[in-house]
Design a protein around this ligand. Sequence first.
Ligand code: SF4
Ligand code: SF4
Length: 194
Amino acid sequence: MSTSTLELLPEEGLEPGFAAQVASYPGGEKIRRCIQCGTCSGSCQMSADMDYTPRRILAMVRAGMKKEVLSSQAIWYCAACYYCTARCPMGIKLTEVMFALKSLALKEGYVSLKQHSPAFYKSFYEVVERYGRMHEASLIIGLALKTNPLDFVGLAPFGLNMFRKGKIEILPHGVKNRQEIKALVQQVQRLEVR
Ligand code: SF4
Ligand code: SF4
């Protein structure tokens, strides 16, 4: 993207309170310290596929470009690898900021749970809450039902192959102390949708 971030939006579209809103989330406290060094973007394995790099997302948050940030696919492409957080020279917890942005995007209606990335997160939570661990077949079925089942028909031969090779299980196996995991997942959800 060659155009400067700040040239993308007329001033009247900016929301000056957006940075403070993001800063109020756990991990967002230090966003004003960003020196735009680009270490996060250079470290990010997903950066090349994002519509805005992590460095740019931080700049846009601080500029008040709420609509652009919360509508971006970049926040959903973040794989939560924590590489940017570990390498940021200013101690900014960018991974947590990405979580906060996802949460805000959902809460304020910038994305729908019918879209693949938010639906994936929701299905992931549901499976872990139910079984205390991941069960891939349930995850994919949940995702298909939340979005468009036809999108997943092409995956059937791949899934069958994985099953034949013993890489995935048809029936889920829960863990012991499932109630503790369930309580943990519910607490995380409460914190995220605050
Ligand atoms: S590494 Fe840290 S200081 Fe540098 S651009 Fe990214 S968030 Fe800002
Ligand atoms: S946590 Fe997200 S933004 Fe940071 S380096 Fe990993 S994928 Fe990129």
